[in-house]
Ligand binder design. Structure first.
Ligand code: TRP
Length: 332
């Protein structure tokens, strides 16, 4: 009997992965597989709530899968799959639509934000998206759902809907908990150290697949601070840009702030910034090479997402059958 706790998370393949995603999250996922039974899926069904270019969506979905594997997420130890390959998500999603209230969905801040941003395409999917997300989660009976702050409200709604369903039909769903990881650096934008590194500010964002010379250029142009001290010292309040670069350097080299201060004492930013760039380039190089190699090996990539979908379908199918029976559908 497998006693491991179950963990599940979905990632929308709507943008390229960057250093903030890697140091803040993905890097730590590899070790998790020892302790947890982990499911990670590319949430392609979620992305079409906003209009997508079909060829780009297909490419990014596979690229992201290749990049996750290259970052150390072992497909033998984790279940990696593509959401649309497991029809149970859509099937349970429909059922949960019927157990989620209009008022609850209206209160979701992400819906309010996204409908303000896409005023010409406020579609039904955007509104009921949390029901599909609840289905994504509840199908696998996970103990924990690692998510960023922006998704906590959706996990809370998932719990409410699961409790409502269980209240009517008995114990069908395990009630999952949001999981905010203890480890993981919070990486800020290189040109805007007051906000998180984000693909929407590309000049301050280092992408995993970026060319070394582009990475180095971005580090050389990174904001340090406005004082004239020109000294590498950890002071996040007064020197947020320097602190961010130190954080990045610490995360990729394993050095402490004291060690970094000593290493660059008397050097100024002119030597520090390219040194951070160099260390990041060397960290990303094997990831980029491995991701490129995997992407070129279509047969391997296909075998990963096929066996992932098979494992996921098996687990998801069990929950779906239980739900269908409870609500009164005739067994297939
Ligand atoms: N909604 C999440 C996001 O936008 C992605 C997601 C979809 C997800 N289904 C999930 C995350 C289930 C955790 C669990 O980031």
């Amino acid at each position: 009997m497998d006693e491991k706790k179950v963990m599940l998370s979905g990632i929308q393949p709507s943008g390229d992965l960057h250093l903030g995603n890697y140091l803040g999250a993905i890097k730590n996922w590899a070790d998790r597989a020892e302790e947890f039974d982990c499911y990670y899926f590319m949430a392609d069904m979620h992305t079409i709530t906003v209009r997508q270019n079909p060829a780009d969506l297909r490419r990014r979905t596979l690229e992201q899968l290749a990049q996750y594997i290259a970052c150390g997420l072992d497909p033998e130890k984790n279940t990696l799959f593509i959401q649309s390959h497991v029809p149970a998500h859509a099937e349970l999603g429909w059922v949960l639509n019927c157990y989620t209230m209009f008022g609850e969905l209206s209160r979701m801040t992400q819906f309010k934000d996204k409908s303000a941003k896409n005023a010409d395409n406020i579609n039904g999917g955007l509104f009921t998206y949390p029901c599909l997300m609840a289905a994504d989660i509840l199908l696998y009976q996970p103990d924990f759902v690692p998510v960023g702050n922006d998704q906590k409200q959706h996990v809370e709604l998932t719990r409410d809907v699961a409790e409502r369903f269980n209240h009517i039909y008995g114990d069908v769903f395990k009630i999952p908990q949001p999981y905010i990881p203890k480890t993981g650096a919070r990486i800020m934008g290189l040109t805007s150290p007051e906000s998180k590194m984000s693909k929407s500010t590309p000049e301050g964002c280092v992408f995993l697949m970026e060319k070394p010379e582009d990475i180095q250029r971005k580090f050389k142009r990174a904001i340090t601070d406005s004082d004239t001290e020109n000294c590498v010292r950890y002071d996040p309040e007064h020197k947020p840009g320097v602190a961010n670069l130190m954080n990045i350097y610490a995360a990729v080299t394993g050095k402490s702030y004291e060690e970094i201060e000593a290493e660059f004492s008397g050097c100024g930013y002119g030597r520090f910034k390219p040194a951070v760039g160099e260390a990041v380039i060397e960290t990303l190089r094997p990831i980029r090479e491995e991701a490129t190699r995997i992407l070129g090996d279509k047969a391997y990539l296909e075998s990963v997402y096929k066996s992932g979908a098979e494992k996921a379908s098996y687990v998801a199918g069990k929950t779906l059958r239980k739900v269908y029976k409870k609500v009164g559908f005739v067994a297939r």
